[in-house]
Design a protein around this ligand. Structure first.
Ligand code: DX5
Ligand code: ZN
Length: 244
């Protein structure tokens, strides 16, 4: 689950009154994955949407649904999100005492397993679960809201996690305040999957979203760490089937 650069627009920044149209628009605009931010008003100080909304938009696109659960507890809801159409399910390391169990449960549902770290959480939180992971999500804002400013010192954490991942087929995703202006630094630190909400849903409609996605992609592609660009890894991901 590594290789090519993935741009994952967060639908948190979409017009919820036209959510289906917005998902179709970012699909047509070149989004690789669709990032779905689920918030419970308990783990984070905001409520967004749940599994029923994800289920409702699932028929709109065949792209990967990258579901970021900012909920605690997460375990009782994993099956519901799997059935709603999630492809990747990411839980927070801070959301419960049994991260290892949560990750096993996600894989047992046949889904890719991700873990997210809040800005104050050190990378050591995932040291002993690396082999249960398909994705690590580094939060570069405090989770709960779109449109916040990127927290610069998280770049050091991204670099350290890139080194921890080594040759494992684990994606390194960065989420929060990503724009065309900092995408290069994020990619240079080792990220291969960039979430962007407000930077993608600026303007309205396919053409504007496509320009926004392309600007982020171009900035990131220019600065990717070399070992992620070799042809063998690209081959593996295209054969792997998750990237569609
Ligand atoms: C924050 C969410 C992010 C957020 C990204 O809690 O996890 O995915 O929506 O939005 P921007 O790109 O606007 O920071
Ligand atoms: Zn997110």
């Amino acid at each position: 689950m590594t290789g090519e650069l993935i741009i994952a627009p967060s639908i948190l920044a979409a017009d919820f009154a036209r959510l289906g149209e917005e998902v179709a628009a970012i699909d047509a605009a070149g989004a690789d994955w669709i990032h779905c931010d689920v918030m419970d008003g308990h783990f984070v100080p905001n409520i967004s949407f749940g599994a029923d909304v994800i289920k409702a938009i699932r028929p709109v696109t065949t792209k990967v649904f990258d579901v970021h659960l900012m909920i605690a507890p997460a375990d009782p809801y994993l099956e519901t999100f799997a059935k709603a159409g999630a492809d990747v399910i990411t839980v927070h390391a801070e959301a419960g005492p049994h991260l290892d169990r949560s990750l096993q449960a996600i894989r047992a549902l046949g889904k890719k397993a991700g873990v997210s770290l809040c800005p104050a959480t050190p990378e050591s939180a995932i040291e002993y679960v690396l082999d249960r992971l398909d994705l690590v999500l580094v939060m570069t804002v405090n989770p709960g809201f779109g449109g916040q400013s990127f927290i610069g010192p998280q770049l050091a954490k991204i670099k350290r996690i890139r080194a921890m991942i080594g040759d494992r087929p684990i994606r390194l995703e960065v989420d929060g305040g990503v724009t065309r202006d900092n995408a290069a630094a994020v990619a240079a630190a080792g990220a291969d999957t960039l979430v962007a909400g407000s930077a993608v849903f600026r303007g309205r409609g396919v053409a504007e979203y496509a320009a926004n996605i392309e600007a982020i992609r171009a900035a990131a592609e220019a600065c990717r760490v070399p070992h992620l660009q070799n042809s063998e890894q690209r081959m593996r991901i295209s054969e792997g089937g998750l990237i569609r």
